[in-house]
Design a protein around this ligand. Structure first.
Ligand code: T5A
Ligand code: NA
Length: 210
């Protein structure tokens, strides 16, 4: 990409098993096939020391107060922000599986205050697009491996979805909501089209923050 053209920050959000990993992989493949420099990322990024604590928490081998794990998820994003910024400015598009909105949705669903949950996310790089995969939690329980991690309970996922819906209406200018019960191919076609229209538009826009 020519100098001055930045990559896009594209996020996938949604409840557990809504298809984020499937769709982010397909989008990365599509963009790469068109010669667009693209990298996948995901949060939580479980390999750092903070990420390892998050992993033990999610797999139920470690317990932490709700506030503490919330701040660790946020810190896990902050520890990767320099890298995110550098890649975007180099012209690389990042396709990211979960971001701040998961952070807020899962913690607020436990009963923590919404604004308190959002506060540590302020200042992180603002996404150019969020693809929000929405489905009734009952429709997601029969997808592969559901139920193995801490948050994979139908009732809890219903509350998470309510918070995602609230964020989606507040941040409507860059959120794109999809019915996640559509076929993998149909979702991918819509997401691919929006992304291809988006990339040239954001390439000359400065990075913004949440
Ligand atoms: N969390 C995360 C927080 O609490 N705070 C935070 O700040 C962050 C970042 C781990 C947990 O951490 C929480 C949220 C999570 O509970 P994770 O590692 O992203 O987050 O893992 P999960 O979301 O639990 O699970 P997945 O990410 O694996 O689900 P995906 O990626 O949404 O779904 P995917 O693509 O793997 O698909 C699941 C199954 O459905 C099928 C797939 O083949 C697969 O079997 N599938 C479809 N079936 C029918 N129709 C479609 N359209 C389908 N698309 C996929
Ligand atoms: Na995933």
């Amino acid at each position: 990409m020519s100098a001055g053209k930045r990559g896009a920050l594209i996020i996938f959000e949604g409840c557990d098993r809504s298809g984020k990993t499937t769709q982010s992989r397909l989008l990365v493949e599509l963009l790469k096939s068109k010669g667009i420099p693209t990298l996948p990322m995901n949060f939580p990024e479980r390999s750092s020391s903070i990420g390892q604590v998050i992993n033990s928490y999610l797999t139920n081998s470690k317990d932490l107060p709700d506030e503490v794990i919330h701040l660790m998820f946020s810190a896990n994003r902050w520890e990767h922000m320099n890298q995110v910024k550098q890649k975007l400015l180099e012209g690389t598009t990042l396709v990211v599986d979960r971001y701040s909105f998961s952070g807020v949705a899962y913690s607020a669903a436990k009963g923590l205050d919404f604004d308190w949950c959002y506060a540590p996310e302020r200042g992180l790089i603002k996404p150019d697009a969020v693809f929000y995969l929405r489905a009734p939690s009952n429709d997601l329980t029969n997808r592969g491996q559901y139920g193995e991690e801490r948050y994979e309970k139908v009732e809890f996922q219903g509350r998470v979805a309510e918070v995602f819906d609230r964020i989606c209406s507040k941040e409507a200018s860059y959120f794109h909501k999809f019915d996640a019960t559509q076929s993998v191919e149909d979702l991918h076609a819509q997401i691919g089209r929006i992304t291809e229209e988006l990339l040239p538009k954001v390439a000359t826009q400065p990075l913004d923050t949440l």
